[in-house]
Design a protein around this ligand. Structure first.
Ligand code: VG1
Ligand code: CO
Length: 495
């Protein structure tokens, strides 16, 4: 079945009395009346207890019981209740319910069993008379005041409730088991999306993709690609305002060394703790365990947060949807036009500057050749004047290299040192060239070349990435003698 979330608003007077909520049938028949009370009860019990629980729903069989049972069954299903027991024709005396709860607790493996008893007891029933509902706890007794108070408080603030509207009516006159397949937990169903797409139509405003184990993510606008390096920076810049989990602030942010410095600029501007770690997620984990990092990311489409210790593709998509929702809430209140993914990225560049970024991968090259290439780059580091002479000979407009090193990480948490984590050439204008050998390949060696150039001038932030980076790419390939070493005239993959 599918779960839909229905919007509602509080209804006055839902304070349970001595023995539940008793009202005229016509009061109960008002839209959302029963639903609000049932959801207020589920919320008071807390979702943790309700999920997987067994629920008894029955009563004295008075007028409106059958409709009420069908509604409660649908809401129970939507709230994650695993089993609902209904007496034949919805009939169970109050003591019978109490006995059933007590007898069955744990017997069927459920942690929690409780009951909605549908009765107004000695009050008259019928279309113009009374209906009633009360909740009995896992000890078989009526909910204590602490719970009924909570239920009442919840009825005063309720905004929505989930319900499995398409669940077929349960035949409560038949003895037996009726079962339904649980809700689809995939994103597609929960977001009310369609599983098929039509490439012929206009591309959607938002697109996303993941890798095989769904820890990586790609974020797309209508005709717009968000680089992962920008993505983590944009999430960090908007997290506090747009994502409730971060509303009390970010403990710190971190990126892998080859990831562009877009995140650095955000951290500096917002005064956030910042860390640059070697490639691979485990370096972030130490920081997160120590409470030093809330948001982190890699240029290789990995983005995540400290609620788990892996990167998470779905999380990144939800983070972006939260930012989109937040930005559009602001703009819709002012009647402005839709804020798109592209708008958000361009706005970010206008505020923080743009890091043009590309990665060239040379897969399955000869391992010895790859080592020699890296060796040459390490050697060149000791003679920067020579390096700059070479560069001027290729592209005079490219800035000078200010420093170069092999990245080494001193873990601030456990003091461990990780050496040889990639070769960096840092230019005077903030540009960077990074060379690494992949640690995930299964055949030969994979050389990764990361090329990055920072542009603060707002009039120059809208260029095509490959055009903007062409001189620097050329410098990277010639400086490393890439073609000479590997025999490759072009990369296997460009991202
Ligand atoms: C690559 C990526 C790196 C990522 C790693 C695991 O490693 O560059 O950023 O953390 O894959 O990702 P390498 O060493 O080949 O560059 V995954 O999706 O396989 O867990
Ligand atoms: Co993966």
């Amino acid at each position: 079945f599918k779960v839909s979330v229905v919007s509602t608003s509080p209804i006055d007077g839902q304070k349970p009395g001595t023995s539940g909520l008793r009202k005229k049938v016509k009061v109960y028949k008002q839209p959302h009346y029963l639903e609000n009370f049932v959801q207020a009860t589920f919320n008071a019990l807390t979702p943790d207890k309700v999920k997987g629980a067994t629920l008894v729903v029955s009563g004295d069989g008075r007028y409106y019981s059958e409709q009420a049972i069908q509604i409660i069954v649908k809401m129970a299903a939507a709230n994650g209740v695993r089993r609902v027991w209904v007496g034949q024709n919805g009939l169970l005396s109050t003591p019978a319910v109490s006995a059933i709860i007590r007898e069955r607790v744990g017997a069927d493996g459920s942690r929690d069993t409780g009951a909605f008893i549908l009765t107004a007891s000695h009050n008259p029933g019928g279309p113009t008379e009374d209906f009633g509902i009360k909740y009995n706890m896992e000890n078989g007794g009526q909910a204590p005041e602490s719970v009924t108070d909570k239920i009442y408080e919840n009825t005063k603030t309720i905004k929505e409730y989930p319900i499995a509207e398409d669940l077929p009516r349960v035949d409560i006159s038949a003895i037996g088991i009726t079962s339904f397949e649980g809700p689809e937990l995939l994103l597609v169903a929960r977001m009310g999306l369609s599983k098929t797409d039509d490439a012929a139509v206009e591309p959607p405003e938002f697109g996303a993709a993941a890798d095989g184990d769904a820890d990586r993510n790609m974020i797309l606008g209508k005709r717009f690609f968000v680089t992962p390096s920008d993505s983590v920076a944009i999430i960090a810049a908007n997290a506090v305002a747009a994502i409730p989990y971060f509303s009390s602030g970010l403990k710190g942010v971190a990126r892998s060394m080859p990831t562009s410095a877009a995140l650095d600029v955000v951290a500096k501007t917002l005064g956030l703790k910042f860390f640059e770690v070697p490639t691979g997620w485990n370096f972030f984990c130490n920081l997160m365990d120590a409470g030093m990092c809330s948001v982190c990311g890699e240029e290789s489409f990995g983005t995540g947060s400290d609620y788990i210790r892996e990167k998470d593709g779905i999380w990144a998509v939800l983070a972006w949807l939260s930012i989109l929702a937040h930005k559009n809430k602001e703009s819709l209140e002012g009647n402005a036009k839709l804020v798109t993914v592209e708008d958000i990225v361009r706005q970010h560049w206008a505020t923080y500057g743009r890091h043009y970024y590309t990665r060239y991968d040379y897969e399955n090259v000869d391992a010895t050749a790859a080592k020699e290439l890296m060796g040459l780059l390490v050697k060149l580091q000791s003679s920067l004047p020579e390096v700059n002479k070479i560069i001027k000979g290729i592209h005079p407009e490219v800035a000078n290299v200010a420093s170069a090193d092999e990245f080494e990480y001193n873990d601030p948490v456990d003091g461990s040192v990780s050496k040889h984590q990639g070769i960096r050439y840092l230019f005077e204008d903030g540009s960077r060239l990074v060379f690494r050998l992949s640690g995930t390949g299964s055949e030969g060696a994979t050389v990764r070349v990361y090329i990055e150039q920072y542009e603060k001038d707002a009039s120059k932030i809208s260029r095509d990435t490959q055009d903007a980076l062409a001189p620097l790419v050329d410098v990277a390939l010639k400086l490393s003698k890439l073609q000479e070493f590997t025999g490759r005239s072009s990369p296997t993959v460009i991202t």
